[in-house]
Structures are given as structure tokens and as C-alpha cells.
Design a protein around this ligand. Structure first.
Ligand code: PGA
Length: 303
């Protein structure tokens, strides 16, 4: 069988996207070029790899086997490239990470500073909520992940690198703005804006209420820290937020942090991977960098 890596890449793309046209767009080639290469591949295999049902392209039985094999082959080639670069001692290649959405307020800055030193690193970052990050972590899909609330699991290696301070944030004109020592029970009457289930920030919030035996009927549930922040600024309610996400708004006094008992909560940001995982040179170098340089790069307020 004469197969080329380019054909396997094309095939993988068509299988994953279920469309010749989308694969062509993804790979910046024309749709007929994709069809020709897939046809050649089918001639080599001696069987059809796809079937067309309506507008969608589905893999045949042979296509499914071919898909698994092509992923294996491409991963091996990727590993080979990494091993060769590592033998040469070059910090080069893909850095694949998943990061909880709230970390978008500081991780790009760390990555930017790192890339300045190592311009040949190709960062691939997924910003998604805690639940999805945990799923990817357990499936070993990333070099490492960054999150605030790590699951209790002894198979994980976790490295704290930065403080994550969580406060109850309100509009600067809020009636409780100047009140001292507000109790959690006092807050129960307020309109609370909360993150979606699966979010780490929401997890902290739920735990907190449980610890205080307080029940709150949330006023509104929103899908990101950014949405919560905008809603708080619009005066719709108050919210628990990582103070990383509201730094600029606090600086210009659009938002304030309420003085609530037990707050602010001091948590940490962690880099996490499965125990026993062998990190690539790129991943290890970035991990060392954030452990050593985060405070320098981000400034003292994040300590
Ligand atoms: P989130 O996670 O962005 O999913 O809320 C934040 C965290 O893990 O602290």
C-alpha cells in the first residue's frame, strides 16, 4: 500500500468534519483536490472509505479502521518530530493546553512572555470550563491544564503557581458598597448572578453556601466570568468572581469588592497533569517558566 502522510491528513480531516468541503477549507486546498486524494487512497485500499448520505459524508467500515490507524500514524510522526527536536535540545513544537475560562485574564500574558524567549513553540490553547478541562485532563489530551479547583484524585500531579483570590463583586453604587463585615446570611437577600454548572467559580460558590448552610435562589445564571462581570456592571446583581477578572474595572471604580465575612477567598491556580506523564521538553520548559516567572511577568498584585 502506498500512502502519503498528506493523504492521511486529508482523510482524517474529512472523517472528523464529515465533509469534503469543510476539510478543504480547513486545509486551505480546493474541494476537487480533496476528492482526488481520497479517491487515490481508496484505490490503494481497494475499498470505499466514505459513503454519502444526504449531504453528509460518513465513514464505511474500512473508513473507520483507517481513521484509527491514521490517528495512530500521525501521532507517532508527531512524537518522532518531538523526540528528534529534544535530542537536538531545541524548545520547539506544539504546546497543547486546556485552561479554565477565568485564566484568560492572565495566561495569555504568561504565554506571550514565554514565546518571546521561545518563538518556535506553537501554542494550542483551549479555554473552556472546569468540567471540560477535567475531562481532557483525565483523557490525557493535553500537555498539562491550568485550573483553580483541582479534583480530589491521587493520580494527579498539581503545581500551584499563582494566587487566585475570589471576592463578591458589586456595582460601585450598590447599597452594600460601604458596609463592613457583611454576613453571608445578609447576602442571601441579594440578587445573585452565578456561573453555569461545570464552572470552577460556580463550584466554589456552591461549596461556600453549603459550608454556611445558606440557600440562595440565583437571580440569573450566565455562561462566563465576562458575562457575569458585564451584568454586575449593568447593576443586575452581585457575583462571586476571581479578582483577576475585574482588575481593570476596579481600577476605574466601576466595580467594587464587598466586605463580606470570610472573603476574599484565597485559592491557587494550578498546572495539572496525570501523575507519571512524561512531559515534552516544550511543556516542561513552559511549566518551569510559569512556576518561576509568573509573579515577575504579571506584577506583585497577583501574589
Ligand atoms: P471556571 O474555573 O472558569 O470554569 O469558573 C475557574 C476555576 O477553576 O477556579
Amino acid at each position: 500500500m502506498h500512502l502519503t502522510l498528506q493523504q492521511l491528513r486529508l482523510f482524517e480531516s474529512v472523517s472528523r468534519l464529515g465533509s469534503y468541503t469543510q476539510a478543504a477549507n480547513e486545509l486551505f486546498i480546493t474541494q476537487p483536490a480533496v476528492s482526488i486524494q481520497i479517491k487515490r487512497l481508496e484505490e490503494q485500499v481497494g475499498l470505499a472509505l466514505f459513503e454519502q448520505v444526504g449531504k453528509k459524508t460518513f465513514p464505511t467500515a474500512a473508513g473507520k479502521i483507517m481513521y484509527t490507524a491514521s490517528l495512530d500514524i500521525m501521532n507517532r510522526v508527531e512524537d518522532l518530530k518531538i523526540s528528534i527536536e529534544e535530542l537536538k535540545g531545541t524548545v520547539k513544537g506544539v504546546l497543547q493546553m486546556s485552561v479554565v475560562t477565568t485564566a484568560k485574564y492572565f495566561l495569555p500574558k504568561l504565554l506571550g512572555a514565554f514565546l518571546h524567549h521561545y518563538p518556535d513553540v506553537e501554542p494550542k490553547l483551549k479555554f473552556t470550563n472546569r468540567a471540560r478541562v477535567i475531562e481532557r485532563l483525565m483523557n490525557n489530551e493535553d500537555d498539562f491544564v491550568v485550573m483553580g479547583q483541582i479534583p480530589k484524585d491521587e493520580n494527579l500531579a498539581a503545581y500551584p503557581f499563582l494566587n487566585n483570590i475570589l471576592g463578591i463583586v458589586a456595582h460601585s453604587d450598590h447599597p452594600l458598597a460601604n458596609k463592613k463585615n457583611i454576613t453571608i446570611k445578609d447576602l442571601a437577600k441579594q440578587k445573585f448572578l452565578i456561573r453555569e454548572t461545570g464552572s470552577g467559580t460556580r463550584h466554589v460558590f456552591d461549596q461556600l453556601l453549603q459550608e454556611h448552610g445558606v440557600e440562595i435562589e440565583p437571580y440569573m445564571e450566565l455562561g462566563s466570568s465576562e458575562a457575569l462581570k458585564q451584568a454586575v456592571m449593568a447593576g443586575l446583581g452581585i457575583a462571586v468572581l476571581s479578582l483577576h477578572s475585574v482588575q481593570l474595572e476596579r481600577d476605574v471604580n466601576k466595580l467594587i469588592v464587598l466586605d463580606v465575612e470570610g472573603f476574599p477567598l484565597k485559592r491557587r491556580w494550578y498546572a495539572v497533569h496525570l501523575k507519571g506523564k512524561k512531559l515534552s521538553l516544550v511543556a516542561q520548559t513552559f511549566l518551569d517558566y510559569i512556576l518561576e516567572e509568573s509573579h515577575n511577568v504579571l506584577g506583585v498584585k497577583y501574589k
